[in-house]
Design a protein around this ligand. Structure first.
Ligand SMILES: *Cc1c(COP(=O)(O)O)cnc(C)c1O
Length: 389
């Protein structure tokens, strides 16, 4: 393999945002309109989003991290409270818990979906536990029936980190419409993007009002109406809120992206099926699956390499793919392996550790061509043939 010709001449990145003339035109229009910050475009994006997921309320925010933070604040989670989540997630999930001075209680994952193992949740519940944040890994919904059952039994809130799961559904219910609050991301590498951005959805109007207030400095913007018909300058500050609003510039991109979401997710599913069809024969790999009753948004195509069947480890596998000009990524470095969280968390998470040593995500984005997909498949087969035990 050393010094050989790579499978492709140019580098295939792991992901590329899909920005077309519609998004560029939409931004142009907002820039020309004179209204740049949160306004009519954000309102329109929120309405369209609400209709898409079928929730009563949707609030545009500056990121999913902000949405998670606002969720916990809104539900009154505070210092000393415990919040249960998966160790196999992006750091934002746990950081949000730390922002409100609560304690992240981590749980190990399932070996097939990489989602939180619901069988391990109850043993972690104490009288300080207030909420569970589930993470729909790679867009594959968690076992929500079980999670809801546990939450009801112990009177816990459910927050969903749906950064990967826009367009996914659980038993014909759209993600964004199940837990108390759901948080979405429009970061540059997500299924749809505004560069940076997020959305909080809920069916509870009280939660929505509080979340809106806390995401804009604790400002009661409608107060002036009550105060006087004329006093447009008047507002009340009733809380220590944050400034997490989503601008009209970004919302205008979101509106266009949302229109394309079904087409984007359809392509992701098509490419996923193609990968599986072509890679299935390789006994050196375990491929991702979709459980019955759920529809994944296929944010990721994570594969597991079987270490006992290969002479190279995951890191070397990634480097070999890189030499073939194929980009990959690793989701995720488990929370308990990060220096910051090692201070608080001393447990072992055997499944997350096992998965982390073996997992990598293949390129998956709608602009990929059949040739791109074939290159990835060819490169993987070439590497496995060369390094198989
Ligand atoms: C991307 C991501 C986030 C953070 O989203 P931002 O919009 O970048 O704040 C949170 N959780 C998970 C699982 C993610 O992948």
């Amino acid at each position: 393999m050393e010094g050989g010709t790579p499978t492709r001449e140019n580098f295939l990145p792991f992901v590329k945002p899909l920005i077309e003339k519609e998004e560029i035109e939409a931004v142009n229009n907002v820039l020309k309109s004179g209204w740049l910050t949160t306004g009519p475009k954000t309102k329109e994006f929120e309405k369209n989003f609400r209709e898409y997921v079928g929730s009563n309320e949707a609030i545009g925010l500056s990121s999913c991290t902000a949405a998670l933070h606002i969720s916990l604040l809104t539900l009154g989670i505070k210092e000393g409270d415990e919040v249960i989540t998966s160790t196999f997630t992006f750091v934002s999930t746990a950081h949000a818990i730390k922002y409100v001075r609560a304690i992240p209680i981590l749980v190990d994952i399932e070996k097939d979906t990489f989602n939180i193992n619901h069988n391990l949740i109850e043993e972690k519940i104490t009288d300080k536990t207030k909420a569970i944040i589930v993470v729909h890994f790679g867009g594959h919904p968690c076992n929500m029936d079980k999670i809801i059952e546990i939450a009801k039994k112990y009177n816990l809130f459910i927050i969903e980190d749906a950064a990967h799961a826009i367009g996914a559904s659980y038993k014909n219910k759209m993600i964004g419409n199940i837990g108390d609050i759901t948080c979405f991301s429009f970061y540059a590498n997500k299924n749809i993007t505004t560069g940076e951005g997020g959305m909080l959805t809920t069916n509870n109007p009280e939660i929505a009002n509080k979340a809106r207030l806390l995401s804009y400095l604790g400002m009661e913007k409608d107060a002036w109406k009550r105060y006087s018909e004329e006093a447009a300058w008047f507002y009340r500050i009733t809380d220590l809120g944050y400034k997490y609003n989503l601008s009209d510039i970004l919302s205008s991109i979101g509106i266009e992206q949302l229109k394309k979401l079904n087409e984007i997710n359809k392509k992701r599913r098509e490419y996923t099926n193609y990968y599986t069809e072509k890679l299935e024969e390789l006994e050196e790999l375990t491929l991702p699956t979709e459980k019955e009753g759920v529809k994944s948004s296929w944010h990721l195509y994570p594969i597991i390499i079987k270490k006992d069947k290969l002479k190279i480890n995951r890191d070397q596998f990634i480097r070999a793919l890189n030499k073939e000009n194929i980009g990959t990524a690793v989701h995720f470095i488990p929370l308990h392996k990060h220096l910051y969280y090692k201070q608080f968390i001393k447990e072992a998470f055997p499944i997350a550790n096992w998965v982390f040593e073996r997992i990598l995500s293949l390129p998956l984005f709608p602009q990929m061509t059949k040739n791109d997909l074939d290159d990835v498949i060819m490169a993987i087969k070439k590497i496995i043939k060369y390094y198989k035990k």
